[in-house]
Write a protein that binds this ligand. Structure first.
Ligand code: AHG
Ligand code: MN
Ligand code: MN
Length: 357
C-alpha cells in the first residue's frame, strides 16, 4: 500500500506551479507514454514486437519494430494537450509539427523513444530519454527553436525498463527517482535527491573501439587497467551494457564513469551519441546529482547545437574521474603529454612490431 507516499504526479504539480501547471501536465503525459512503453516492452516475444524492420532512420541505423512503436506512443500521448510547440525524436528525420486539430503551447519535447534498442531482443534493460525546452511564446516550433544548448533545458529525464520500471527526473533542482508500482499504476518517489559519489573504481566504455580513441582516453583506460601496479594504485572494475540508460542509472545509484568518446572509426562523426536527446538530458541529470558531464574538452551542457541529430563525445559520471579525463585531454592538446614514440619502432624501423595473423 502506498498511502502517503509521493507520486510522480504530486511531485511534478508541486514543482511546476510557476508554469501554471503546463509543464506538469506535459510531464504527466510523458509518464503516461512511459507506462505504455513499459507494458509493451515487458511483453517481450509475446507482444510480437521484437526484431528489426526493413527501414533505417535518419542516422542510417536499422530500425527495430519497437523503435517505431515507442516513437508513436510518445507522439500520441503528448501531442494533444496544448502544451507543445513541437517534438523531435531520434526516429524522425525532421521535427514533428503538432497536428492542426490540437492547440499549441510553448514547450518543445525531444526524445530517444527506445535507447539501447538492440538490447530489447536479448531481454536486457532498455530505456526512454527525454528533454524539455521552452519558446518564449506559444506557436509552431521552427528548427532553430530546437538548437539550444543543454543548459537551457527546463526538465530532463529517462525511464528505465529493467526488473522494475523507473522514471528518473530533474526539473533543475536535484535528480529524483520514481519506481512504477505495477498494481496501482503510480510512479512512487523512491530515490529522492540522488547523489553520484565523487570517486569511483568502475568504468564503462566499449573497448572494441580502443584503437580508434584519442590518446588521452587510451591513457586513462590503460591506467585503470594497470590497477594496483600502475599509477592509479588501485584496481578498477569494468562494465558495458550497451544501453546508455542502464549505464547512467548504475552511475546515479553507485557511481562510475561512462565514456563514448570521440574516435576516428568514422571521421564524419565526432562521437556515437546524439547531443539533443541522449547527451544533454543525461548531462543535466548527472550534474543535478553532483556528477560531471563533458566532451573531454567542454561541458556538454555548453555545446551549441548546429543540427537536430548532431553527435557528441560523452564522458560522464563521478566528478573526480571526469575531471581527470578533462585534464588528460588538456595535457594532450597543449603538448604536455604527447605519448612517447620510439624511433626504433616506427613504421620504417627494422624492429617494427608486425601485426600477427
Ligand atoms: P540507440 O539504441 O538509441 O541507438 O542507442 C544505443 C546507444 C547507447 O545506448 C549505447 O551506450 C551505445 O549506443 C552502444 O553502442 P555500441 O553498440 O557501439 O556499444
Ligand atoms: Mn539511444
Ligand atoms: Mn533509440
Amino acid at each position: 500500500m502506498q498511502f502517503g507516499r509521493t507520486t510522480l504526479s504530486k511531485f511534478v504539480i508541486e514543482h511546476t506551479r510557476a508554469s501554471h501547471g503546463e509543464l506538469g501536465a506535459l510531464l504527466i503525459d510523458v509518464a503516461a507514454a512511459v507506462k505504455t512503453i513499459s507494458a509493451m516492452v515487458a511483453k517481450g516475444a509475446l507482444g510480437g514486437s521484437l526484431g528489426a524492420l526493413d527501414s533505417t532512420n535518419v542516422q542510417g541505423e536499422v530500425q527495430k519494430k519497437l523503435d517505431v512503436l515507442t516513437n508513436e506512443a510518445i507522439l500520441r500521448h503528448c501531442e494533444w494537450g496544448g502544451q507543445l510547440a513541437g517534438m523531435a525524436s531520434e526516429e524522425m528525420d525532421d521535427p514533428y509539427p503538432i497536428p492542426a486539430e490540437y492547440p499549441r503551447g510553448r514547450y518543445l519535447l525531444v526524445f530517444d523513444p527506445l535507447d539501447g534498442s538492440s538490447n530489447s531482443d536479448v531481454n536486457v534493460s532498455v530505456g526512454t530519454i527525454f528533454s524539455i525546452f521552452a519558446r518564449s511564446t506559444a506557436g509552431d516550433a521552427e528548427l532553430g527553436d530546437y538548437l539550444r544548448p543543454g543548459s537551457e533545458q527546463l526538465a530532463a529525464g529517462y525511464a528505465i525498463y529493467g526488473p522494475s520500471t523507473m522514471m528518473v527526473l530533474t526539473l533543475g533542482n536535484g535528480t529524483h527517482g520514481f519506481t512504477l508500482d505495477r498494481e496501482s499504476g503510480n510512479f512512487i518517489l523512491t530515490h529522492p535527491a540522488i547523489r553520484v559519489p565523487e570517486d569511483t573504481r568502475e568504468f564503462a566504455i566499449n573497448t572494441s573501439n580502443e584503437r580508434f580513441w584519442e590518446p588521452p582516453v587510451q591513457r586513462y583506460v590503460s591506467e585503470c587497467k594497470a590497477g594496483k601496479s600502475g599509477v592509479r594504485g588501485a584496481d578498477f572494475n569494468t562494465r558495458w551494457i550497451a544501453s546508455m540508460v542502464a549505464e547512467v542509472h548504475r552511475i546515479l545509484i553507485r557511481g562510475g564513469i561512462f565514456m563514448y568518446p570521440k574516435d576516428s572509426k568514422d571521421p564524419s562523426r565526432p562521437g556515437r551519441l546524439r547531443l539533443l536527446y541522449e547527451a544533454n538530458p543525461m548531462a543535466m541529470l548527472i550534474e543535478q546529482a553532483g556528477g560531471a558531464a563533458s566532451t573531454g574538452r567542454q561541458r556538454i551542457l555548453d555545446v551549441a547545437p548546429d543540427s537536430l541529430h548532431q553527435r557528441v563525445p560523452v564522458i560522464l559520471g563521478s566528478k573526480n574521474e571526469v575531471e581527470r579525463l578533462e585534464r588528460y585531454h588538456q595535457e594532450y592538446d597543449t603538448g604536455a603529454d604527447r605519448p612517447f614514440v620510439s624511433p626504433l619502432f616506427s613504421d620504417r624501423s627494422l624492429f617494427r612490431d608486425e601485426p600477427r595473423a
